[in-house]
Design a protein around this ligand. Structure first.
Ligand code: NAP
Length: 265
């Protein structure tokens, strides 16, 4: 063998096993997937924790103030696979620190769930509160991208390699036919764009990206609306999980209505 070819063979032997370990988690019947959820202390995020934990997944449940999260703490007390971590998604140093803490841990599914409406009274044309707009963008749009960036190595090292964001049909430009919620709608439309962009960034690495609309759900975000218009969080999360289960690189960048149909951008 000529010396150049011998060197190539040696290099391949040295690097291929390491690369393979970093890329592939074992696909066995006993495999326990890991799910990371933001905004896990209440509403839809808490329900994601409950349902993935009930399925047997390990769940890293993040919340701004875990000390105030009684329901989440009760879930963790009853299930050792639920781990609670403090995290504000606008704090990029904290996101990096959490990613470093879990370096080497495969995360099968990152759920960017944390979100705020920005309050309807702050986003009325003629008396816009632009500070509130900036905060909505920090939470709903910038936070999910930063989370995806920081946790990409963990997701790439997992078996399922999925990232989803809880978007909203309010972010569908194609569905707009009346004026309301400038900040919230804009933040979700921008979330959709950045996640679709990301989908093409990471497709070749086997990572798939999904956007989910939960429908109108009975949480604090919808406080004040008649209960008869709202779906229970348990139903919304069950439906979103059904869509997440089908997410692969073949249908990456889908914007799913909770019933599995595709929403217009
Ligand atoms: N409910 C609906 O009908 C509906 C419809 C479409 C889309 N969505 C989306 O669903 C997601 C969850 O909302 P929800 O309905 O469950 O509302 P929610 O009950 O108000 O929950 C929002 C969650 O986001 C967290 N959060 C807010 N700012 C945060 C920050 N800076 N860092 C970390 N977490 C933060 C909240 O934590 P704190 O308790 O600490 O504030 C809370 O856990 C949002 O992205 C929302 O836009 C909801």
């Amino acid at each position: 063998m000529n010396p150049y070819r011998a060197l190539l063979v040696l290099l391949a032997a040295a690097f291929v096993p390491v690369f393979a370990v970093a890329q592939e988690a074992p696909a066995t019947d006993t495999y326990v997937p890991t799910v990371l959820v933001t905004g896990a202390n209440k509403g839809i995020g808490l329900e994601f924790v409950r349902q993935y934990a009930a399925r047997g997944a390990r769940v890293i449940a993040t919340a701004r103030n875990p000390g105030d999260a009684a329901d989440l703490n009760a879930l963790a007390a009853a299930n050792p696979r639920v781990i609670i971590e403090p995290l504000d998604v606008t704090d990029h140093a904290a996101i990096d620190a959490l990613a470093a803490k879990y370096a080497g841990t495969a995360i099968d599914l990152l759920i960017n769930n944390a979100g705020i409406s920005g309050s309807a009274q702050n986003q009325v044309f003629g008396r816009m509160k632009y500070d509130a707009f900036e905060e909505v963008l920090r939470v709903n749009t910038i936070g999910p991208l930063k989370m995806a960036e920081a946790f990409m190595p963990h997701v790439q090292a997992s078996r399922d390699k999925r990232i989803v964001a809880v978007s909203s049909s309010e972010g569908s430009i194609g569905k707009v036919n009346s004026a309301r919620l400038y900040f919230y709608r804009t933040s979700k439309a921008a979330l959709n764009m950045e996640m679709k962009n990301l989908a093409y960034q990471v497709k070749s690495k086997g990572v798939s990206i999904g956007l989910l609309n939960p429908g109108m759900v009975d949480t604090d975000l919808m406080k004040g609306l008649p209960k008869s218009m709202l779906r229970p969080p348990a139903d919304a999360v069950r439906d979103m999980m059904r869509n997440i289960d089908t997410l692969t690189v073949a249908n990456t960048a889908s914007f799913w209505e909770y019933d599995g149909t595709i929403l217009p951008w």
